[in-house]
Design a protein around this ligand. Structure first.
Ligand code: NAD
Length: 368
């Protein structure tokens, strides 16, 4: 098996604490499966600003381009909050997404049965939730032209954003979503606002066309307002959801509360470079930020980072069976009652970041 190169960008705050735990688990996978991984670390975010003056040094960008996948922590913190727009830590992540054309954002939201009480929803509603939101990440309202505010002479103003999609942009994210649904429970919900927006009418038309190549996947179209209600009323009805940028931003955060804690949520952003979207350069990161309130204390939950590493195995390295072992290792540790502070319940055993990483690594090894 060829050596696979993984760019490691821990970033700031708890990114520096949780990413080493994900690497710990990936090293166990390599040892047990016979795969060969090479990890190379790069600076990004505030750490890069301190060292080089900018949030994404060219050396980091080149490292990412030359790697099979990127494992990213989180960026930002109070120290850099007053920096000018172009030099803020998050510009590093935004530039990576843009230049690597990372157009499909995958965010699973799974409610682990032993953590049901951490969710604000009733057990009867949330138990069994296991869904994936595929959000288009590089088009739509956030990037459409024209945009801006026009100030009038009479003191009034006019602001505009443009929701714009080409059929090609819709088609490529739809294909990713169908591929994802095919590997899950073969049900895809496409979310739009086709009763009002012409962009959504094109979205629906293109997704329906793409569906012809996936006869084994059941497709339904749901309006975004209905979807928002159904996500909290009947979350178990969903398997894979695909939607445009703005709707996906909102719905994926809504879905996140189903899982109980930010510390449990992984994500992947798949790119357009490479022979197929899933073989292109891709970035894997926990959904959470740098958590300045707990950074440096060794208490952050590393599970989101470890589950992001599992997504990396599945989507970039074609190691789905190994990804399942990592996910099963996480479940076993939770079943044994170990918890970081964010998911602590009565009767469980409190552990810190690195102890949680050790426990999961040990369970993963035992699964080979
Ligand atoms: P946050 O996700 O960092 O924290 C929100 C809350 O969740 C905090 O109370 C934190 O302690 C808790 N939390 C988050 N992850 C946790 C974990 N793994 N284990 C235990 N508890 C966890 O969001 P925020 O406070 O809004 O932002 C803090 C900083 O992070 C800001 O500078 C923000 O810009 C940045 N941020 C970065 C990213 C990214 O790099 N992708 C994403 C979101 C926020």
């Amino acid at each position: 098996m060829p050596t696979r190169k993984i760019a490691v960008l821990p970033g700031d705050g708890i990114g520096q604490e949780v990413i080493p735990e994900a690497i710990k688990v990936l090293r166990v996978v390599a040892k047990a499966s016979g795969a060969s991984f090479e990890f190379e670390e790069g600076l990004v975010g505030g750490a890069a600003i301190d060292e080089t003056g900018g949030p994404l040094p060219d050396s980091t960008f080149r490292l990412c381009e030359a790697s099979d996948a990127i494992l990213f922590g989180a960026v930002g913190g109070p120290k850099w909050d007053d920096f000018p727009h172009e030099r803020r830590p998050e510009r590093g992540l935004l530039r990576l997404r843009k230049e690597l054309d990372l157009f499909a954002n995958l965010r699973p939201a799974k409610c682990f049965s032993m953590l049901v009480e951490a969710s604000p929803l009733r057990r009867s509603v949330v138990e069994g939730t296991d869904l994936m939101v595929v959000r288009e990440l590089t088009g739509g309202l956030y990037f459409g032209e024209p945009h801006g505010i026009e100030r009038m002479a009479d003191g009034s103003a006019h602001a505009v954003n443009t929701m714009s999609y080409t059929s090609r942009e819709i088609e490529r994210v739809a294909r990713v979503a169908f591929d994802v649904a095919r590997k899950r429970r073969k049900r895809l919900t496409s979310v739009d606002k086709a009763n009002v927006l012409v962009v959504s009418q094109l979205w629906r038309e293109v997704v329906t066309q793409v569906a012809r190549a996936y006869p084994d996947v059941a497709l339904e179209h749901v309006l975004v307002d209905n979807c928002a209600m159904a996500l909290v009323a009947r979350p178990t009805q969903f398997d894979t959801i695909v939607t445009e940028n703005t709707f996906g931003d909102i719905l994926s955060d809504e879905a996140a509360i189903l899982a109980g804690s930010m510390g449990m949520l992984p994500s992947a952003s798949l790119g357009g470079r490479g022979p197929t979207p899933e073989r292109g350069c891709a970035l894997y990161e926990p959904v959470h930020g740098t958590a300045p309130d707990i950074a440096g204390k060794g208490v952050a939950n590393p599970i989101a980072a470890i589950l992001s590493a599992a997504m990396l195995l599945r989507h970039s390295l074609n190691m789905a069976a190994d990804a399942e072992k990592v996910e099963a290792g996480v479940v076993r540790v939770l079943e044994k009652g170990y918890r970081t502070a964010d998911i602590r319940q009565d009767g469980t055993t409190a552990v810190g970041t690195s102890e949680m990483g050790d426990l999961i690594a040990r369970e993963v090894l035992a699964l080979y």
